[in-house]
Design a protein around this ligand. Sequence first.
Ligand code: HEC
Ligand code: HEC
Length: 459
Amino acid sequence: MFWLGEPRAVASRTFVAHVLIAFATAAALPGCERLDSAPVADDSDVGVLHVSGDVAEVLRGLDLPTNSATDSTNRFFANADAAHFGQYLFFEESFSASGTTSCATCHQPSRMFTDGRPVAQAEGTGTRNTPSILNAAHFPWLNWDGSADTLWMQAMRPFEAAHELDSTRTTIAKLIGTREDLRLGYESVFGALPDSGVFNRLPDRAMPGMAAWDEMSEAQRELVDGVFVNICKAIASYERILVSRDAPFDRFARAVSTGGLADWASAGNPGFGKTELEGFRLFATEMDCIACHAGPYFSDFAFHSVRVPPRGGGAPFDAARFEGLKALISSPMNAAGPHSDDRQSSRARRIEFLQNPSSNWGRFRTPSLRNVDLTPPYMHAGQFDTLDAVLHHYSTFDGALPPDHHDAQERLLRPLDLSDEEKAAILAFLRSLSAPPLAPELLEKPASAIRGGKAKTGL
Ligand code: HEC
Ligand code: HEC
């Protein structure tokens, strides 16, 4: 136990506090599957598994992923036509500068929507690791630095980032307004567009910050922004259904919570046994990983430093949350801005209450641990190739950045000195968070941009 700097033996005293953190996180997230929260069970034996009362209590407090994320700032979020068109756009390569990059270039369905690289690379090379987008619809803040507060706002950045699609909003609007499949797909969700001639008159590349953008008329800028925001809302609607469920751990947790352990045991305990359970016990109690990796997605969605040095060494340069929060607050595209469909929502109003102390410098959002075994390399810049290396880091803090002096909790992060058995158990538990693949029809470009429409591929 290192979180509060106490010896391992007294870890259980702080345990209840962590369960409460897990509860609080879950309560803040819309659309979680509430499991039975009956009083703490006595220790129980299930086949060969012994589930101690304290572990059973954490399991009961834990919500599991669902498909019911909500976002009232995007009125197309739960619209099936928008999700279908969004899926088409997610795989569309023609928006990018080279004509060969789509969102799926980096968020590859076969790799749980990651790319296997330390840092992202497409039209250029970035500085951060590509996170999965599975379950992101449930995340209160997006990106390693929390620089977006909705999925639709998040989607704007990769389109216009030089190392990602290197496109511009005007390029995108022009294609939507003039290419038949894109135009029909767009109109099937958002209604009629102006004549294609209006789009043909737009410059090929223009976005805020470019002279060509300032030279456009106000009406042109409004048209382009409106189309750009809508396609990002459609993509968000597709991302909403990308939820990974039913990992071996989930089946076990559900069985403990609902009293269905006998059935679960007779089904042969697929993917979850004694070692995984011991790993979960260490994770949730003695080692206190759950202090940050809490709730249904194993993240508190707060910003921390676990002292990982930059990739390739040298002085830390990524300001992370400190710059991310500034960018979020100043953006006209946040949940409180003019393109939001619900500017009074709690999602829109929460940024009013955020402080940005200098201690936010270099803090990254706790990553979700769902499917973590399938998404190497790890950390914000892919510093570690394997989960073994991650555990070695937490175990020794060899080569780590100096402790953070701004915050009492972070300052007390101490080497865990894990034994080989403990590492193996935690690894087995982490592997039990890997879910079966999603339905194959969600993982590729649909034949038509219109839901239920005739086959119409890119021209
Ligand atoms: C060049 C590779 C690349 C491309 C192309 C790309 N992304 Fe990403 N994506 C990233 C990286 C890297 C991050 C993390 C960014 C950060 O923290 O600054 C990210 C973050 C995200 C997130 C946030 C996930 C989370 O856990 O918060 C979502 C959602 C997402 N991208 C969706 C998209 C969509 C939609 C597109 C297409 C419009 C796209 N991405 C294109 C690399 C890419
Ligand atoms: C103080 C909060 C905190 C605690 C405690 C903590 N983590 Fe983390 N964890 C983080 C943050 C923040 C990151 C990302 C850090 C970065 O990229 O610089 C992370 C990254 C990870 C990753 C890499 C995930 C990925 O996709 O890149 C794994 C795996 C992980 N932690 C497992 C654990 C385990 C196991 C424990 C307990 C032994 C633990 N963590 C304790 C906050 C924490």
